[in-house]
Design a protein around this ligand. Structure first.
Ligand SMILES: Cc1cc2nc3c(=O)[nH]c(=O)nc-3n(C[C@H](O)[C@H](O)[C@H](O)COP(=O)(O)OP(=O)(O)OC[C@H]3O[C@@H](n4cnc5c(N)ncnc54)[C@H](O)[C@@H]3O)c2cc1C
Length: 350
């Protein structure tokens, strides 16, 4: 069976990885470069049980377990780092510590190194693509111009080439809506998120911070601070709905957003003032209509599958998504119940 996976973000990469490892003939088609969008710029925070009680809980828990397994195989290549996780705010209550800025306190402990961790999402995505290629997958860079039924399968038109396949998996993240001009699909919305990547000479201790700030004073209501093992620190905040440009590399920060994040981040964690380089970034989260990922066959379109809509948890859930899609597409019994993610569910089309 020939399988085309469109989009080499973390979801397409993980799907190609598990398909190739199960012996399938896979081609991964990416418009720009693997990890060029949110999968290269996300925080990379992983939590075992933060989605418990939601329809996606099984995907998150399995994702967390698989990240541990992949990190054992990949060694340093994916930047896996168990972390403690804290809630921080400007309150009189809470614990003051010398490494937090003036007025900020530790309010709560949200996770232990056994339940929360970080990966470097860009390195993870590229590693998954490399390992998929090593297992026989083919990576093509090109812009799809159309997708049409072709006998029992599908035909993808690229500039200067046509690819045929029995099965196509759409893993286009926020660009899934572009495929709606070829085929009827449930909507996928985009949320623009801003971040800063700091480079420090020495890694900060493995403490992730979720910070609540006074927007009137700091210009930002919430910040997330992710200190990676390689000395880089990602600070994320400031989200809003957005419309994806056709070219994923054209996604950029709003005017003034980087300056607001920078001032707030340095106020919370003065160590960030020692950074030798600060890179402002922006990227888009793909969000389904009901907030649950869309994973499975498209109704009435045999051979066409959807893998997107992971919102804030795409890095965490990518390995479990790839594993689930590979089992479903190849007809082997999946480890997780796929029904909560079925793209045919009514809530996905609202
Ligand atoms: C600021 C921020 C922080 C985040 N932090 C975390 C976190 O800490 N933990 C976590 O679990 N998640 C996090 N996320 C969410 C996570 O980044 C996303 O859910 C995930 O990256 C989505 O992956 P994807 O592969 O679906 O989409 P993308 O990464 O957007 O990949 C889609 C791919 O499709 C390609 N493409 C587009 N058009 C075409 C086309 N026509 N043909 C072929 N390819 C095309 C793009 O170039 C891109 O490579 C964060 C997101 C943001 C914005």
């Amino acid at each position: 069976m020939k399988i085309l996976v469109l989009g080499a973000g973390v979801i397409g990469a993980a799907t190609a990885f598990f398909l190739a490892r199960k012996g399938a003939e896979v081609a991964l088609v990416e418009r720009t470069a693997p990890a060029c969008a949110a999968s290269g710029k996300a925080g990379g925070f992983l939590a075992l049980d933060w989605c418990d009680g939601l329809p996606r809980a099984s995907l998150s828990r399995r994702g967390f377990a698989l990240h541990g397994e992949l990190a054992r195989e990949a060694g340093d290549a994916v930047g896996f780092r168990p972390v403690e996780t804290f809630l921080v705010a400007t309150r009189s209550a809470g614990e003051a510590t010398p490494w937090l800025g003036s007025g900020f306190r530790l309010l709560d402990r949200l996770g232990e190194p056994t339940t929360t961790a970080l990966v470097d999402p860009a390195r993870l995505t590229r590693w998954l693509v490399e390992r998929a290629v090593a297992a026989g997958a083919r990576l093509s860079i090109g812009t799809p111009e159309g997708l049409e039924p072709d006998g029992q399968g599908w035909r993808l038109r690229l500039a200067g080439a046509t690819l045929r396949a029995d099965t196509v998996v759409l893993a286009l993240g926020p660009w899934t809506n572009l495929a709606r001009c070829w085929i009827e699909l449930p909507p996928v919305f985009a949320l623009l998120g801003h971040s800063l990547r700091f480079e420090l000479a020495e890694p900060l201790p493995p403490r992730v911070l979720f910070v609540r700030l006074d927007p009137a004073r700091h210009g930002v209501g919430e910040l997330e601070i992710y200190p990676r093992a390689d000395g880089s620190v990602v600070v994320a905040g400031l989200s809003r709905p957005a419309r994806p440009p056709a070219d994923p590399t054209a996604v950029g920060p709003d005017p003034g957003a980087a300056e607001r994040l920078l001032a707030a981040a340095r106020a919370v964690l003065p160590a960030l003032s020692r950074a030798r380089r600060v890179e402002p970034r922006a990227c888009l989260r793909p969000v389904s209509a009901d907030g649950t990922p869309l994973l499975g066959p498209l109704p009435g379109r045999p051979g066409l599958w959807l893998a997107t809509g992971h919102g804030p948890w795409g890095i965490l859930e990518a390995p479990a998504t790839g594993e689930l899609l590979a089992d479903l597409v190849l007809g082997t019994t999946p480890r997780l119940d796929p029904r909560p993610f079925d793209p045919a569910r009514p809530g996905a089309w609202n």
